[in-house]
Design a protein around this ligand. Structure first.
Ligand code: ZN
Ligand code: ZN
Length: 419
């Protein structure tokens, strides 16, 4: 969100760009800090967490991908600190992606800390924009490495390359989206922050002491451009959609003074990726890493703005006879499929509206407050779900907010791959 970013060239001094004067921002931060410090905390969980009650789609692990630490020169924070903060917010995994470095490395950084599975990836500054890479042990991070070599190295190790903030005002990815890029951020807080007006930013800062992190919803919007790109790519091949908080916790007030703002704990409360694994994590690092990363790479996940309501319990699949095709699956078009959506009970209280989309167009909708939707279809296309809630209270934008974004189930006219 209010984070700094590396320059596209990957070199040079990295600066926070808040769009408000540092002095104004500093005053607002000072006003907000005592209240932020007093925000309630849950006790840290033991490691690993007890598995959540599984849904028909699997065990649900909530976590974040694209978080920085002081290994990035435009961020503050440590692995231990990020883990502790995540534990207090009920987050079960965090994938750290520092700028152009693997930091302590996979062997030095990864592990269970305070009940949180901490994994290491990287955010690579390329001439075309920024790519995340996760699930590999090494990466060619020197300046001269071509994107082709970078992708060959990452995918050659079984890693996942991700387009970071695809529609950012300054850092949008401008290269081709190579088939070796398996995922993209569909919702990125840096994009949302950069796209919001100065008035929205100031309104959020002013509301922060009273409303806490809900104040940031003032800047929330449906990422129409990123979603349209995602739907378009999905018509050709699987593209995993992720949420990224891009946490830096570093507001640069002057050349050598960074305020730890916005607070990582506040940002961590806003939204998460919910990854659905076929079996529970065990506390053994190597197998847990493989379980989690393979579910992410397969697209078995949804994004939930958990600050509006805990998304756990959500599931979406296409069912044909005895076959159940989970999010991320590619299934052959032809026979009719029953698309089944289940939203957790909190959706009723929120007046949530379930919509099923095919290639970006709504093809079925449930009445507000309904917690299930069932729809039969046989046409090829990218089927995914958005669940919206009316924006009420602080952070009211006058528009509905999307609470949950599913990953798609793809019906393919030919050459299906098993899901
Ligand atoms: Zn970036
Ligand atoms: Zn970043």
């Amino acid at each position: 969100m209010a984070n700094a970013h590396s320059s596209r060239s990957g070199g040079g001094q990295r600066r926070a760009r808040l769009g408000v004067s540092a002095r104004k921002a500093a005053i607002l931060i000072m006003a907000a800090m005592p209240l932020m410090a007093a925000s309630p905390h849950n006790p840290a969980a033991p490691s690993p967490p007890a598995p959540n009650r599984p849904t028909p789609s699997g065990f649900d692990y909530a976590g974040l991908i694209h978080v920085h630490t002081a290994y990035s020169d435009d961020a503050t924070g440590t692995y231990a600190g990020r883990a502790l903060t995540a534990a207090k917010q009920g987050i079960q995994f965090v994938i750290i992606t520092d700028h152009d470095t693997l930091g302590p490395g996979v062997t030095g950084g990864d592990g269970w800390r305070d009940g949180v599975l901490m994994l290491t990836g990287v955010e690579s500054s390329r001439t075309e924009g920024h790519l995340l890479a996760v699930g590999m042990e090494t990466a060619p991070l020197s300046h001269g490495t071509s994107t082709d070599s970078f992708l060959a190295s990452v995918t050659g190790q079984g890693g996942l390359a991700v387009v970071a903030h695809p529609t950012h005002r300054k850092w949008a990815w401008e290269g081709p989206i190579d088939d070796r890029i398996g995922a993209m951020e569909i919702l990125d807080l840096a994009d949302q922050f950069a796209a919001s007006s100065t008035a929205q930013k100031l309104a959020a800062l002013a509301a922060l002491p009273v409303a806490g992190p809900r104040a940031y919803l003032t800047m929330a919007a449906r990422p129409d451009t990123a979603l349209a790109l995602w739907d378009r790519i999905g018509q050709r091949r699987r593209m995993v959609g992720l949420y990224a908080p891009d946490i830096h916790e570093a507001l640069e007030l002057s050349d050598d003074v960074k305020a730890p703002f916005p607070a990582a704990g506040d940002i961590m409360r806003l939204a998460r990726n919910h990854v659905l694994t076929t079996h529970a994590l065990t506390g053994k690092l190597a197998s847990d890493r493989a379980t989690l990363l393979s579910a992410i790479g397969a697209g078995r996940l949804y994004v939930s703005l958990d600050i509006l309501g805990d998304g756990r319990g959500f599931n979406f699949a296409a069912i044909a006879g005895p076959g159940r095709f989970e999010m991320g699956s590619e299934a052959p078009a032809g026979p009719p499929y029953r698309f089944e959506v289940v939203v957790p009970d909190v959706g009723e209280r929120l007046g949530a509206s379930i919509r099923l989309l095919r290639d970006g167009r709504v093809i079925a909708a449930a009445r507000p407050g309904a917690t299930t939707l069932s729809h039969i279809d046989a046409r090829p296309g990218v089927y995914r779900v958005e669940v919206s809630v009316p924006a009420t209270g602080v952070g009211h934008t006058g528009k509905d907010l999307v609470w949950i974004y599913s990953n798609p189930v793809y019906l393919r006219a030919r050459s299906p791959r098993p899901g």
